[in-house]
Design a protein around this ligand. Structure first.
Ligand code: FES
Length: 177
């Protein structure tokens, strides 16, 4: 899964690529899933404008498109957070208290009923196995792997990312003023 937050200019640059994908599929039966996958690969999620665009190109009503997106777990209606937390719940991690780590992430980041925090900093994605079972329980945050975690260690790590993410956001908003 691509973890990307695109700047507006980058999004524009990717539009022709999305369009070529759209036209490739638009006359085929069962076109909707590949169209949605193309949109998600292009933008990292399926935006409202992508849905309108797909509806116009394919002739499938927007309500039907929303129905398909919400039915399939692979599709996202919101961008991924700046920090993607892959929390392993494979067998080795599961027996080493992965459930407790999930509770820590949800509590520390205030996630309830959504996989992404309101400020767009974090997305939580449970995964089956990260391939380093000897380090169980394991969590990956973007490209960094953290193993042999305890709830307290994980809290400290999350707080560090939170601080870093909030500091970067405030620098960006100062620059925008
Ligand atoms: S089960 Fe968690 S890394 Fe393999």
């Amino acid at each position: 899964m691509e973890n990307t937050i695109l700047e507006p200019r980058e999004k524009e640059e990717r539009l022709p690529r999305l369009n070529s994908e759209l036209w490739k599929y638009c006359d085929q039966p069962g076109q909707l899933i590949p169209l949605l996958q193309a949109a998600q690969e292009t933008y990292g999620y399926i935006s409202e404008s992508a849905i309108k665009h797909i509806s116009a190109v394919s002739g499938v009503p927007e309500s039907e498109i929303y129905g398909v997106i919400t039915f399939y777990k692979q599709f996202r209606l919101r961008p991924l957070g700046k920090y993607l937390i892959r929390l392993c719940d494979g067998t080795a991690c599961h027996v080493n208290n992965a459930k407790m780590l999930k509770a820590v992430v949800e509590d520390e980041l205030g996630l309830s009923g959504s996989d992404t925090t309101e400020d767009g900093l974090f997305t939580l994605a449970p995964v089956a196995c990260l391939g380093c079972c000897s380090l169980a329980p394991v969590v990956m945050i973007n490209d960094m792997t953290y193993g042999r975690l305890t709830p307290q260690k994980l809290r400290t790590i999350l707080r560090k990312y939170k601080k870093e993410g909030q500091a970067a956001d405030s620098v960006q908003s100062e620059e925008a003023e």
